[in-house]
Ligand binder design. Structure first.
Ligand code: APR
Length: 254
């Protein structure tokens, strides 16, 4: 009963919103089989975040070898978008989505049908591989083939530099165009819905914070407390794949 009261209240708060920013974290993809970072069984309970610090990656071949082992083969297996990703597309088709700012690198929002121009991938994505020295771009499949053949710490053919996926590591600058787009949307939004994020990592979490600080509606959908619960209009405690489609249905129904 409680959930439906909260859901009805969230829907009422969002009813007049027409420029909604959806902010997503790893929790929107766990129902697609991709683990999150800080939830129970999260990635940081198995791997060390230190291996994903840029300076450590540059300095330590063993850290690079461990990082590539999380990337190949097939980083996300055959993960498919779930009902929550599809509900973001429904919000867009209802003309209420200003943009989707994601911390995720799994590409599931685009796989669900969201156009790239409505995306801001703050932490990069797993689509590219580049040389850190000369910037030469590589096709991931080509580097995966080298990795499978035993090249566990691939270097650049041209300059011998270290290769790295276009995933943003800790200590690395966020992609400028993505951050600017997200900040532009944060100034224009009339509501923000955070889905499946602990809201504990900056500068990404500044995006919902900026919208909330302008007094706009800030809804959190998460199955555990987040760092920004105290600033939210409301936190809907539940599974993204269940709660968000219900909320989108309530605010787009006729
Ligand atoms: N439905 C709702 N909430 C969920 C679900 C689900 N199906 N699955 C997990 N969650 C919640 C978890 O309880 C957790 O609070 O989603 C949240 C995910 O938080 P994090 O694991 O911290 O992920 P995220 O917020 O995306 O992390 C931000 O930290 O490690 C870096 O770069 C990495 O982009 C990542 C950033």
């Amino acid at each position: 009963m409680r959930m439906s009261q909260d859901l009805a209240y969230a829907a009422r708060l969002l009813l007049d919103a027409e420029r909604i920013v959806v902010f997503t974290g790893a929790g929107i993809s766990t129902e697609s089989g991709i683990p999150d970072f800080r939830g129970t069984d999260g990635i940081w309970t198995k791997l060390s975040p230190e291996d994903f610090q840029l300076d450590r990656y540059m300095r330590d071949p063993k850290a690079r070898i461990r990082a590539w082992q999380t990337r190949f083969p097939k980083m996300f297996g055959n993960a498919q978008p779930n009902a929550a990703h599809e509900a973001v597309v429904d919000l867009w088709k209802a003309g209420k989505l200003l943009g989707c700012v994601t911390q995720n690198i799994d590409g599931l929002h685009q796989a669900a049908g969201l156009p790239q121009e409505l995306m801001a991938e703050l932490h990069g994505n797993s689509d590219g591989i580049a040389c850190l020295q000369c910037g030469k771009q590589y096709e991931p499949d080509a580097i995966e083939a080298r990795w499978i053949d035993g090249d566990l710490d691939p270097h650049c053919d041209d300059c011998g530099g270290i290769l790295k996926s276009t995933i943003v590591f800790f200590g690395e600058v966020l992609p400028r165009a993505e951050l600017l787009r997200a900040e532009q949307w944060a100034h224009e939004a009339d509501a923000v819905i955070s889905i499946g994020s602990s809201l504990s990592v900056y500068p990404a979490a500044y995006i919902p914070l900026e919208i909330a600080s302008r007094g706009e509606v800030f809804i959190i959908i998460n199955n555990s407390p987040t760092d920004l619960d105290s600033l939210a209009s409301l936190r809907l405690d539940g599974m993204a794949g269940t709660v968000f489609p219900q909320l989108v249905g309530a605010i787009t129904a006729g």
